[in-house]
Design a protein around this ligand. Sequence first.
Ligand SMILES: Cc1cc2nc3c(=O)[nH]c(=O)nc-3n(C[C@H](O)[C@H](O)[C@H](O)COP(=O)(O)O)c2cc1C
Length: 281
Amino acid sequence: MLLIRSLELKNKYFLAPMAEINDIAFRELCKKTGASLCYTGMINPLTQQKLQLEDKPAIQLFCTSESGIAEFMKKYDKTARLWDFNLGCPAKNARKLGFGSFMCHNLQEIDKILKVIRESTDKPVTVKLRKSRNINKIIKIAEKYCDAICIHPRTQEQGYSGKADVEYALKLKKRTKLPVIYSGDVDENNFKKLEKKFDFLMIGRAAVGNPGIFSRLSINKQSERISFKDYLELAIKHKLYFSQIKLQAMNFTKGLKTGKEMRRKLILAKTTREIREIYSI
Ligand SMILES: Cc1cc2nc3c(=O)[nH]c(=O)nc-3n(C[C@H](O)[C@H](O)[C@H](O)COP(=O)(O)O)c2cc1C
């Protein structure tokens, strides 16, 4: 049995945190097909939004100070399997507000935040990093409070383009005793090689519109083709917004022969019924 702190994990494959993509219906599908841990997208602990976390995901936080963390975690600790802190987001909004990869220079604040997270839970705590000048210093802080680190070895400037630097992640693994969760371009073709090098793997874009991928990674699972219909049933059960359903309807056209034509129609769809018609379901 694999472990992070006292969390038992049935395999090495996690659904990577993805804002907008990882709604509760999508996470449930990934869990069903074999992901041993499914992350939420990043959540601001000061959010007033109603959160749907009944599936017990790994919850990822982003923020620029400790404000509100303890209260938020108290409220949701029962529903979290693990808590992660985002130090990797490269988005414009993160630049503007100073969170994610844009707070990597602020070691004092990172220390304070991770300390509060650690003190607010007995569940595993992790931190998600990118390539950064301060990475060694951040790892030293993480070693005081965290149970694992996650590395997506691209720079802030790279965003999601270019190749993820596996060698960089390997060097980092050699430098720390903490388990390392690797994120970056993991797919059905390379996971076997990567899982020998790292403790855990995150699947991000390869799972978008394709949650069945997890059934093809675990040896004792039968390959499952999960369709948009499966997603839609869960989305309706969880009363997800139409805009979210439409986003996923676009994603699930990935790999379909008629995908391009379907997307052209989906852009114009205004009701779930129209989406059903486009999918013939
Ligand atoms: C649409 C999208 C949203 C993302 N949102 C987050 C997020 O909220 N938090 C985070 O740490 N990483 C986020 N990421 C980064 C992924 O977790 C992952 O590290 C990155 O995409 C590289 O892995 P991949 O090549 O498997 O996609 C996001 C990526 C994508 C494509």
